[in-house]
Design a protein around this ligand. Sequence first.
Ligand code: NI
Length: 216
Amino acid sequence: MNNLELINKADSFVKELFKDESSGHDYDHALRVKEKALYIQRFEGGDSFIIALASLLHDADDYKLFPNHLHHENALSFLRDNGVSNDDINKIITIIDELSFKGKNSKPCSTLEGKIVQDADRLDAIGAIGIARTFAYGGKKGRKLYDFTERPNNDMSYEEYKNRNSASLTHFYEKLLLLKDMMNTKTAKRMAIRRHKFMLLYLKEFLDELNLNEDE
Ligand code: NI
């Protein structure tokens, strides 16, 4: 199998894996991350084969969807079953391990390919799509749209972050608005600006409609 055939096979694998998902961590998310990551790669360099596979598989064992998967069971079995070399498997699994948002313990990925996939994943968490995903995920978790009695917590450990069940709007202040300044690559930093601005505008409208902004 050549690289392109393998990437197409990973695409079908993820499509099947997420076929019942509508929480925003779904097949379309994996596809958008892959496309954005390959776009960033054109400016930043890096191995596009590793980037494409890591993007497609990055949520294949996500704790939010597969709480009992500790060792990348889905991603590893796909890569092994399809004859990907051990060296490439290590690179891809390291990216998946390093990329997720871990509250105040978040760190940039250690490789260029990882930094690019991490940026693409974070870009998909902000802007118009990020807003849609936040409310879709919140709905699935039974979270409120907003709760102004909550104080956003920006100092959470990974454990605290995973167990947090804040209202969707609070999540903007705990994660989404922080992501612009966490982008690794120049290209993603540039792409994040417009999405960030749109979220600020959206939040202003949201608060205006609730008469919570003073300037009307
Ligand atoms: Ni993701």
